[in-house]
Structures are given as structure tokens and as C-alpha cells.
Ligand binder design. Structure first.
Ligand code: MSP
Length: 702
């Protein structure tokens, strides 16, 4: 099988500022190429800018500069954006490049010589906005059916490509190659369009009207229609390029486009190629639109999202992941801060980042940073291994079918399964059992040690696989995360098998891969607009009656851990809260080693009335979940929330509170459900970011 892949994006108009919509198309192409390289393919990735035509000419005139100066400046915006987004293209083509101009002219000459192009006087309704003629029955209310703007009646000589003669051949090709146009419903749309008689294509513009274009080689009074020029970039961009044992790069394997330019790609372009007797592209894949508040993002609507703002704040991998995970290829998708924050916090911070961190931290605190080797696998391990192998195969299949969001979901479900496995096997408990085992009983100690090694190895190895699969989407974080698990090599196909890590690998020191993020709208939260005074005071009254409003819950850091001299079950902890340091006695000695608590963050019931516990005053209580079946106790982990962060349920206000009693706390009946701390129909959270718990559903929080 020839493992080659030539992928293109549309070439973007060089008078736009790139936004999330453009970024998505280019990212999708980038990720397709990276994935295929990972699978051993040789890839070629072409992107660039569309620099001729009326819009550019007009924009340059407005700025009082030449069109060439205008595009020399504007195309850089795209180059810079692609660099920031980590796009690895092979060529950035500009339609003003000399080799492209030459290629367009020779294609025109070839078609002209073959009698595929003819001149004719043409009269019709011309739209400046769309740079094309419309027939009278295409107009809507006498206006341009696409932009809704006025049209002018024009009569002029022009050159036409005999597109109509390829109608039947194109229909046959589409029917015989069901994956030529993807997704399938777009294929049907094109076939529907082709049920109407196909017109010939006007491929020229008189210079008197438009100067900024490629002159027709056979009539210097005309320039080339901008779409005829632009589509040929897909061929001119790979002239002389060979892939996979000397095969010419053309035909493209995938033209990735937005649904707005389907007709030009699935009708004009293939008929042009048929006219020249050249092979057709293998697939044309049209994705949907990114919508902002239900309408298409576009500069003219003034509703665009600039990816650079998000990259600057949260890093490039979060933007790459969000766009690819959130859009089902082919369907429209919505962009909002809320969706962005939720997706990043749930998938990347809570699930992936947390899992890698847990394993890395444990290996550093118990094995001097060297991953122990597993010399056997138990039933849970065999199950996870099997799942890892199945998920890897499934993800690869989905990637090959360009269902990237489905592939990512598959990988994320493996991450979640690994977290569950870690919770179940609880390496911290095995470590405690080793500590408390009879030193004389070497046999059971070494059995426990083998067990612990197996749990850590299995977790690290499964997470390593997930990172390899994610490396095309989040390349920077994957590199860091892999080093934290012991893989320093650049990912390739040989790393997609379970069992790559040899024991004894030194793990890079831990670093938070994906800190939790906040919704900008939540910073300096204000009552929502339109909320009147009466409504506000009624709400305040209800809140005062809510038992949850009596509790002050805050993220703390454990600064020191000592054993209580008088009470076997208690540790004396020194904590940093939102205002000061304090001491709390906590009944955690059966459940945690001191080293597991030191510098860890936890959630404190901070305004609990102070109590003396065997001579030491305790100021508050740390929240922990107790599994009702196993009795296992796990501190509530606030993830990456900073110590001092005040937490609340739903949208109850966070304010200083009077002292409260244990009864006030117990009234709430806090428990874990779906990984969150639930009270009634609200969850413990900070500005919309829920505090998560790995404890099983129904665990009681106290
Ligand atoms: N220059 C032509 C393409 C010529 S290709 C031979 C063009 N350029 S464009 O700058 O308008 O870019 C259009 C492409 O940008 C769309 O096809 C799509 O891939 C991407 N998008 C622009 N806005 C978009 C959204 N709101 N959502 C998703 N993609 C969008 O057309």
C-alpha cells in the first residue's frame, strides 16, 4: 500500500484577518498530516493565500498602495498565525508566486489549444461582491442571491470554459466514487446541484474592469477569473514534488474546505481537471461552520474570534484540542467561552493532566523518580491493557476516516478508564501496607512491592499510549507529558504498542500540563444584567436561609504534617488558607503517609468552631470522601485551584461567614456524584469550575 498523503487547505483571501474559522481548516489539515506521519505516511501539506481579484484591488486602492504591496503585507498575517498555531505545512503558496502564475497560464493555453475555451459576448447580472455573473432566475428579489447586494447589468466579451460538457462525466465519477465528496450528505447536495443543466464557466475579466489578475496568455486584454486562478494552486503548489517512492504528489488525497466553497471545489475544479485530462483529487472534505451566537463567524458580521487571544492566555494546545474535539467534522459547531472552559477543564486539566501528574508524583515520592518495572500483570491490568489496545485501534480507524472528534473521545475514554484503574488499585494504599507490613515477613512485603510496581507501570504505560495518540493534536503538552512518564523519544509508529517503557526509566520532574482555566466572564462576577433590586433582595433572602450559605469552604495547602503525640489516628497539619496559617487535627493517619499529604492541596471547612482535640486546638476540618462499600477515604482534591480560593455551591455568594457547627455541615448531606461534590441540585465549584473527586458515586463527603 502506498503510504502517501497530499493534503490542502483553501488558500485564504489575502485581505482578511485570520480567525477561528480559518484556523480550524488549517488545523484540521495539520492534524490529519501529523497523524498520518505517525502512522508511517509520507505527507505533503499545502496552504497559502489567494491574492488576486477585485476585493484585493479595491482594498489596496482604498489604502492608496499597490495591490502587490497590499498582499505582501496581508499574507504575513496568515503565516504568523500558522506559526503560532504550530502548523507544519510544506509550502505556503501565494497566487502571486511566479511558478503559480506560469502554471495558470500554461493550463489556460492548454485548454484553449484543445478548444475547451471559447470567446463570446455575454450579458448578465454582475455582482461586484461575488465577482461573478448571475442569470435572471438565480437572483433573489433582483439582488445577488449570496450577498443580497445590488447587481449591475453588464454586457461584455469574455472567455468561457466548456464546463457543461463534463456534467455527465462528473456525475458518473461522483456516483462511482462514493467517498469523493465527504461527508456523504454533501455528496448528495452536489448531485442535487448537478441535476440542473450546468452552464459553461466564465473564466476571464476584461482588464478595463479588473487589472489585478493573471493575464490570459492568448488575449492580453483580459485577466483570469480569480477562482480559476486560485483552484489551480493545488496543482501548481506541488509541481515536481514526489511522494512515496517517486509518485507525483498530484492528485491530492484530501482537499479540506469549509462548506461555503463546496461548489467551486466539487464542480468547477473537477471539470477543469477533466478538461485537461488530469486525475481528480481523491477526496473533497467539507467541514461545517464555526458559529458564534448561532451565526457564522465572519469579518463582515463583526463577530469573529481571534485564536491568538486564547493562545496567549491558555497556550496553543488548548486551542488546538478544543477546536478538534468540539467540531464533529461536517457539522457546524458553536464557540463560546463557557464551552471552551468546560472542555479544557474536564478533558485536559481534570482527566489527562491529573492522571499523568498522579503517576509522576507517586513515582517521584516513592521510587526516586524511576519508573518501577512490572514483572507480572493481574486481572485488572490485563483488562486495562486490552482496553488500551482496542482503543488505540479504534482511534486509528477513526483518524483514517477523518472523524477526529470521535478519535479524541475514544482516547479520552481510555484516560478516564486509567484514572478509574488508579483509584481502584489505590497505589497509596499498597504503599501504606508495605510500610506497616511485618519487616520479618519478607514474602508478603515483596509481593506487595511487585504489586505496586505493576500498578504504576500499567498506569504509566497506558497514559503514555494516550499521549502518543494525542501528540498530533497537542504536540507540546504531549512531549512534556511523555517525558514525565519516561518516554523521551519523538513519537513514531513503533510507540503505538503497549509495553514500550522499560522499567527504570527516569521520569522528568512533574509540571502542571494543563492548569484549570477560568471563564473570563466570571472574573469580577456581577449580578446578571437586568436583575432588579427587588429580585436581588428576594434572592439574598433565599440565600441566607440556605444551609450551604453558612459554610466557608476554602482551598488550602498543607505546609507541614506531624503525628499527634496523644492520638493515634490524628495528624497535626499546618495549613495555608486564604488569609493566614492555621492548625487542623485530621484523622487521616490510617489513610495517608505524611509524604502523601505534604504540599498537597485540600478543601477546608474553614469556619468550623475551634475544638481542642487531646490538647491541640484544631481550626477547621478537611473534606474527604468515604466510599460506602470499601470504606476507602480520599481527600477532596481541588485540582489546580490556587490555595486561598473560596468555593461555593451553585451561585451562592462567597462572603466571610460566622462560625458554624458540624451539624450545619452534616445537614447538607454532601456526596459524590459523577465525579463532583453534590449538594441538592448544585455542585461545589469556583466560578463555574466544579471541584472534582475521583471517589465512586454515592461516597459521603465529611
Ligand atoms: N479564497 C477562497 C478559497 C480559494 S481555494 C482555491 C476563500 N477564502 S476565505 O478566506 O474566504 O476562506 C474560506 C475558508 O475559510 C472556508 O472554506 C473555511 O475553510 C474557512 N472558514 C472561514 N470562516 C469559517 C467559519 N466561520 N467556520 C469554519 N470555517 C470557516 O474562500
Amino acid at each position: 500500500m502506498s503510504k502517501r498523503l497530499y493534503v490542502t487547505t483553501p488558500i485564504y483571501y489575502a485581505n482578511d484577518k485570520p480567525h477561528i474559522g480559518h484556523a480550524y481548516t488549517t488545523l484540521l489539515a495539520d492534524v490529519i498530516c501529523r497523524f498520518h506521519r505517525l502512522l508511517g505516511y509520507q505527507t505533503w501539506f499545502l496552504t497559502g493565500t489567494d491574492e488576486h481579484g477585485q476585493k484585493v484591488q479595491q482594498a489596496a486602492q482604498k489604502r492608496n498602495i499597490s495591490a502587490q504591496e497590499h498582499v505582501d503585507e496581508y499574507h504575513l498575517r496568515f503565516k504568523e498565525m500558522w506559526q503560532t498555531l504550530g502548523i507544519e505545512y510544506n509550502r505556503f503558496i501565494r497566487t502571486t508566486d511566479a511558478d503559480h502564475i506560469q502554471h495558470v497560464q500554461s493550463a489556460l493555453q492548454e485548454l484553449y489549444d484543445k478548444g475547451e475555451i471559447y470567446a463570446e459576448k455575454y450579458a448578465g447580472w454582475y455582482s461586484v461582491g461575488e465577482e461573478r455573473f448571475f442569470s435572471a432566475d438565480e437572483l433573489i428579489d433582483g439582488k445577488d442571491p449570496i450577498s443580497g447586494r445590488a447587481v449591475d447589468w453588464l454586457e461584455e466579451k469574455n472567455y468561457f470554459f466548456k464546463m457543461s460538457r463534463y456534467q455527465e462525466q462528473l456525475i458518473r465519477h461522483i456516483e462511482e466514487h462514493p467517498d469523493f465528496i465527504l461527508p456523504a450528505f454533501r455528496k448528495n447536495e452536489v448531485l442535487g446541484f448537478l441535476r440542473q443543466p450546468l452552464q459553461d464557466l466564465c473564466i476571464s475579466r476584461p482588464k478595463s474592469r479588473l487589472e489585478w489578475g493573471i493575464p490570459l496568455p492568448f488575449d492580453n486584454e483580459f485577466v483570469t477569473y480569480v477562482w480559476f486562478d486560485a483552484l489551480l494552486n493545488y496543482e501548481s503548489g506541488v509541481q515536481g514534488i514526489e511522494l512515496w517512492a517517486g509518485e507525483p504528489a498530484w492528485p491530492a488525497d484530501y482537499h479540506i474546505i469549509g462548506k461555503d466553497i463546496l461548489t467551486t471545489h466539487a464542480v468547477y475544479w473537477p471539470t477543469m481537471l477533466l478538461g485537461m485530462g488530469r486525475p481528480l483529487p481523491r477526496h473533497i472534505l467539507a467541514h461545517g461552520w464555526w458559529l458564534l451566537k448561532d451565526s457564522k463567524m465572519s469579518k463582515s458580521e463583526g463577530n469573529v474570534v481571534n485564536p491568538l487571544d486564547y493562545i496567549a492566555e491558555h497556550g496553543v494546545d488548548t486551542v488546538r484540542y478544543f477546536l478538534l474535539r468540539e467540531m464533529v467534522v461536517g457539522q457546524d459547531a458553536s464557540f463560546s467561552d463557557e464551552l471552551f472552559v468546560r472542555r479544557i477543564n474536564t478533558d485536559l486539566a481534570n482527566d489527562l493532566g491529573n492522571a499523568i501528574n498522579r503517576v509522576n508524583k507517586f513515582v517521584h515520592s516513592h521510587f526516586d523518580g524511576r519508573l518501577p518495572e512490572a514483572d507480572h500483570l493481574g486481572a485488572d491490568e490485563e483488562n486495562l491493557l486490552q482496553l488500551a489496545e482496542q482503543s488505540t485501534q479504534k482511534a486509528i480507524q477513526e483518524i483514517r476516516a477523518i472523524r477526529i472528534s470521535v478519535a479524541l473521545e475514544e482516547v479520552m475514554s481510555l484516560v478516564r478508564a486509567t484514572n478509574k484503574y488508579i483509584d481502584k488499585r489505590a497505589p497509596w494504599q499498597i504503599a501504606r501496607q508495605i510500610q506497616s507490613a511485618d519487616p520479618a515477613d519478607q514474602a508478603s512485603r515483596s509481593e506487595l512491592q511487585r504489586d505496586l510496581a505493576m500498578v504504576l507501570y500499567t498506569s504509566a504505560e497506558t497514559l503514555r499510549l494516550t499521549l502518543c495518540l494525542l501528540s498530533a493534536v497537542i504536540p507540546q503538552a504531549a512531549r512534556k507529558g511523555l517525558a514525565m512518564l519516561g518516554q523521551k523519544e519523538v513519537v513514531d509508529q513503533s510507540h503505538l504498542e503497549w509495553g514500550y517503557l522499560a522499567g527504570g526509566e527516569a521520569l522528568a520532574p512533574g509540571e502542571p500540563l494543563f492548569p484549570r482555566i477560568e471563564n473570563p466572564a466570571d472574573r469580577g462576577q456581577k449580578p446578571s444584567a437586568g436583575e432588579g433590586d427587588a429580585a436581588k433582595s428576594q434572592k439574598a433572602g433565599q440565600e441566607a436561609n440556605d444551609p450551604a450559605s453558612k459554610l466557608e469552604l476554602v482551598v488550602v495547602e498543607i505546609l507541614s504534617v506531624t503525628e499527634h503525640p496523644e492520638a493515634e489516628a490524628l495528624y497535626v497539619l499546618r495549613l495555608q488558607d486564604h488569609t493566614a496559617q492555621r492548625t487542623v487535627c485530621a484523622g487521616l493517619r490510617q489513610h495517608y503517609q505524611p509524604g502523601e499529604l505534604l504540599h498537597r492541596k485540600a478543601v477546608l471547612f474553614a469556619n468550623l468552631k475551634p475544638a481542642r482535640l487531646r490538647g491541640i486546638e484544631s481550626n477547621g476540618m478537611l473534606l474527604a470522601a468515604t466510599d460506602q462499600k470499601t470504606g476507602q477515604v480520599a481527600l477532596i482534591d481541588p485540582g489546580s485551584l490556587a490555595s486561598g480560593t473560596l468555593l461555593s455551591f451553585g451561585d451562592l455568594p462567597v462572603e466571610p461567614k460566622k462560625k458554624a457547627g458540624l451539624k450545619d455541615f452534616e445537614k447538607l448531606g454532601l456526596h459524590v456524584q459523577g465525579g463532583q461534590i453534590v449538594y441538592g441540585d448544585t455542585v461545589l465549584q469556583h466560578k463555574g469550575i466544579p471541584v472534582r473527586s475521583d471517589a465512586s458515586d454515592g461516597s459521603i463527603v465529611k
